[in-house]
Design a binder for this molecule. Structure first.
Ligand code: ZN
Length: 393
């Protein structure tokens, strides 16, 4: 069985150059880079081709959406790489392994592969986006994240402030973790819970091996919402908000917006602006006006997608009204193949990169149907695919 280990797409160095080259690209054109398959662990080094050496890169680490585990797609996680600094968006299962396989950051340094990590941004706290988060907390200090002088800031959603109602006619469900504790802890509280849950390991290693306390290295932040943002507790539409700042250093400026992943709240999309261009991540969302505003004219729109036909196939015919309502409920928080292309058009995206593919084992030909509804170039994301921007280093 082959594991697709890398595809790289050489892109123009700026949005303007993209437009210059547009004459060579038919509407809806699909870029293909080199495709290399390998069957052994040693064959995981990705082909970078045009992306190799670029100052700024988008790297897809994992491209599967949902909690299901697939052979050829790891859990959703992406990297924005500027020089040797790596900023991660989401931490789906296996993302640290993909980080090393991608050869980004300081991955070539023995025993310190995560040293290049410069920031983490969590779109929301569903398992397919954070399954690797506990692993990062527990093993980061053994993989290069051990210098208190070089903390890594982690930005994610705060506490929602209340549970959504149980959907449909199902009975009320038990609530975790219990009385007196929030049923919807945000990023900071979730991390504190993790350290408590794994205290045996952390205490052992701190006391016997001199390990660094992760709380001193991985600094968590609940992303503050714009003042006055209403908190939806039911099926109210996502409140319109203007993009708001989250993080800035000398390489990237990160802005966010609220996207529509009801009933999840808050659920973010992130935009990275760099000297070499911009990359916008949709997070999990139905088509979202907020996201369109955030992503306007972005070079790369990395957008989630779900196959509506697959969703419907999961429920045997004939569909009762209750099943139809459930299907609508599922599709109402994601973007279908048919709807994702028009989003890219509204955004005027340089390239639409399909990501967070649900299901993760659909034939590629099905995803490619997205280019029938978009005038923008469409790429079906694969794990370890890289896109380059800016000058070669
Ligand atoms: Zn998801």
């Amino acid at each position: 069985m082959c594991d697709v280990v890398g595809r790289a797409v050489e892109m123009s160095t700026s949005r303007r150059n993209l437009f210059k080259s547009a004459g060579a690209l038919a509407a809806g054109a699909v870029f293909y880079g080199g495709l290399t398959a390998g069957s052994t662990a040693g064959a995981h080094l990705p082909h970078q081709e045009g992306a190799e050496g670029r100052r700024t890169r988008l790297v897809l680490l994992g491209t599967a959406g949902g909690p299901t585990v697939y052979a050829d797609r790891y859990g959703v996680s992406s990297a924005v790489v500027v020089e040797d600094a790596v900023y991660l968006v989401d931490l789906g299962h296996g993302s640290q392994t993909r980080f090393v396989q991608a050869g980004i950051g300081s991955a070539s340094l023995s025993n310190r592969p995560m040293e290049g990590l410069a920031g983490v941004f969590l779109t929301h706290l569903h398992s397919d986006h954070i399954a690797e988060y506990a692993a990062l907390q527990l093993t980061g200090m053994w993989n290069g994240l051990d210098d208190p002088a070089r903390p890594v800031h982690i930005h994610g959603p705060g506490d929602r402030g209340g549970l959504p109602p149980v959907f449909g006619a199902r009975p009320e469900a038990p609530v975790l973790p219990g009385p007196g504790e929030s049923p919807t802890p945000g990023t900071v509280e979730m991390t504190e819970h993790l350290h408590r849950a794994f205290a045996t390991d952390l205490n052992d290693r701190i006391r016997s091996s001199g390990a660094t306390d992760p709380a001193g290295i991985l600094i968590t932040h609940d992303i503050a919402l714009p003042a006055g943002t209403p908190i939806p507790h039911d099926t109210n539409p996502m409140p319109p908000v203007a993009p708001f700042p989250v993080f800035e250093d000398d390489r990237v400026r990160v802005t966010a917006t609220l996207v529509n992943h009801a009933p999840v709240f808050p659920s973010f999309g992130f935009r990275f602006d760099t000297e070499d261009g911009s990359i916008t991540f949709s997070g999990d969302t139905a088509p979202s006006d907020n996201l369109v505003e955030l992503a306007r004219d972005t070079d790369y729109l990395v957008h989630e997608v779900i196959d509506e036909a697959w969703v419907e196939s999961r429920f045997p015919e004939p569909h009762t009204p209750a099943i139809e309502a459930l299907i609508d409920h599922l599709l109402g928080s994601h973007t279908t193949i048919e709807d994702v292309g028009p989003v890219a058009d509204r955004v005027n995206a340089g390239t639409l990169v399909l990501n967070h593919l649900v299901p993760g084992d659909n034939p590629e030909s099905r995803w490619l149907e997205a280019h029938q509804t978009s005038s923008r170039p469409v790429v079906v994301g694969r794990d370890l695919m890289q896109f380059g921007m800016g000058p070669r280093r």
